[in-house]
Design a protein. Structure first.
Lengths: 121, 111
C-alpha cells in the first residue's frame, strides 16, 4: 500500500521560497505514474499546483507556473515542490498525491496527510 | 473563481439520493473522460471516490456513482448516510496546456 508524507517548514517569510518534499513508500516512483501537489487555503477549496511524471516531465498550473518548480529524486523515492516569491495568499495546507495513468492522469488515488504552510513575517 | 462550477451546497435526508453537478467546458469535461470526484471530511485529506467519470476505486461504496453528459459531470450518492456528510470536489483533465482543473467544492449536509 502506497503512502505519502509531506515535510518542510511550517512558516515561510513573505518573498522567500517555500520548499516541501513528499516521501513515498510502498511504491517505487521510477515504476511509473504521475505525482502531484495540491493546496487548500484555510476554509477554501482545492487548487492543483503541478504534476511531475516519473520520467521528469512537468505540468504546472498556469496561474502559478512562473513561481513553481517540481522535481523528482528517484534514488530517494521522493518528489519536491518549490514555490518562490510567496505572499500571504500562499498560506495553505499543501498535499502531495499519486496520479495513476500512462497517457494522462486518471485521478489522485493516494494522498499525504497534508502540511500547513503559513506565510508570515 | 474555479474553472469547474459546482453548487456550493446540497442536502438530503438519510436514505435519499442526491446528485452534485460539475460544469466545465468543451476544453475540459466535455473533451475527456478524465473526471474524478473526491470526498473530504473536515481536517482530513481528500479521498478519491470516482475516477474516469464513472469508475469506482476498490473499497468505495457502490452507493457512489458518476456520469457525464456534454460539459457536465455528475456525482450521485444513493441511500444517503450520515457519514456521507462532507465536502465533495470534482476535477478534470483539461489538455496539455491547462492540464488539471478543480471545481469549487460542494458541501453535502445530511439532514
Amino acid at each position: 500500500q502506497v503512502q505519502l508524507q509531506e515535510s518542510g517548514p511550517g512558516l515561510v517569510k513573505p518573498s522567500e521560497t517555500l520548499s516541501l518534499t513528499c516521501a513515498v513508500s510502498g511504491y517505487s516512483i521510477s515504476s511509473g505514474y504521475y505525482w502531484g501537489w495540491i493546496r487548500q487555503p484555510p476554509g477554501k477549496g482545492l487548487e492543483w499546483i503541478g504534476t511531475i511524471y516519473h520520467s521528469g516531465n512537468t505540468y504546472y498550473n498556469p496561474s502559478l507556473k512562473s513561481r513553481v518548480t517540481i522535481s523528482v529524486d528517484t534514488s530517494k523515492n521522493q518528489f519536491s515542490l518549490r514555490l518562490s516569491s510567496v505572499t500571504a495568499a500562499d498560506t495553505a495546507v499543501y498535499y502531495c498525491a499519486r496520479q495513476p495513468g500512462v497517457a494522462a492522469p486518471v485521478g489522485f488515488d493516494s494522498w499525504g496527510q497534508g502540511t500547513l504552510v503559513t506565510v508570515s513575517s | 473563481q474555479s474553472a469547474l462550477t459546482q453548487p456550493a451546497s446540497v442536502s438530503g435526508s438519510p436514505g435519499q439520493s442526491i446528485t452534485i453537478s460539475c460544469t466545465g467546458t468543451s476544453s475540459d469535461v466535455g473533451s475527456y473522460n478524465l473526471v474524478s470526484w473526491y470526498q473530504q471530511h473536515p481536517g482530513k485529506a481528500p479521498k478519491l471516490m470516482i475516477s474516469e467519470v464513472g469508475k469506482r476505486p476498490s473499497g468505495v461504496s457502490n452507493r457512489f456513482s458518476g456520469s457525464k453528459s456534454g460539459n457536465t459531470a455528475s456525482l450521485t450518492i444513493s441511500g444517503l448516510q450520515a457519514e456521507d456528510e462532507a465536502d465533495y470536489y470534482c476535477c478534470s483533465y483539461a489538455g496539455s496546456s491547462t492540464y488539471l482543473v478543480f471545481g469549487g467544492g460542494t458541501k453535502l449536509t445530511v439532514l
